[in-house]
Design a protein around this ligand. Structure first.
Ligand SMILES: [Zn+2]
Length: 137
């Protein structure tokens, strides 16, 4: 278990990240609306579409990150933040500093990546979608 003052440090970090994400989300949405209005006279449709596609991907990434931040905040609340979801050992503090939303310790993460590499050639496993989500952690 993590010391309370360390957990609070992460709580503040996540809250700041969340606020920044929500803010950029709003900006992106406003820009989106503007673009669809402009589309009427816009000749260069394909580049506008490409730009929207890029923004959609960015928004998906942000939505995913937001979910991770919420999950991390819940863990802080529950007192399980910094505990590996796989082996239930403490996640290395140095790892959390680099990747605060990490839900696996380094050993479990490496094992997961090894499994992914092995199953990467050949068919996609049923859970590959979920794993891809985790990888962005
Ligand atoms: Zn672990």
């Amino acid at each position: 278990m993590m010391k309370i003052e360390q957990a609070m440090k992460f709580k503040k970090l996540f809250e700041n990240q969340k606020a920044a994400l929500l803010y950029s989300h709003t900006l992106l949405n406003e820009d989106f609306n503007l673009k669809t209005e402009e589309l009427a006279d816009e000749v260069d449709l394909s580049s506008a579409e490409a730009e929207q596609g890029m923004k959609l991907r960015l928004r998906n990434r942000e939505a995913l990150l937001l979910k991770k931040i919420d999950a991390a905040l819940e863990k802080i609340q529950a007192g399980t933040f910094g505990v590996c979801e796989c082996c239930e050992e403490n996640i290395e503090f140095s790892r959390l500093e680099v990747r605060p939303t990490a839900s696996l310790c380094l050993t479990c993460k490496e094992q997961e990546e090894m499994r992914e590499t092995r199953s990467a050639d050949g068919r996609r496993s049923k859970s590959s979608g979920l794993k891809n989500h985790l990888r962005i952690a």
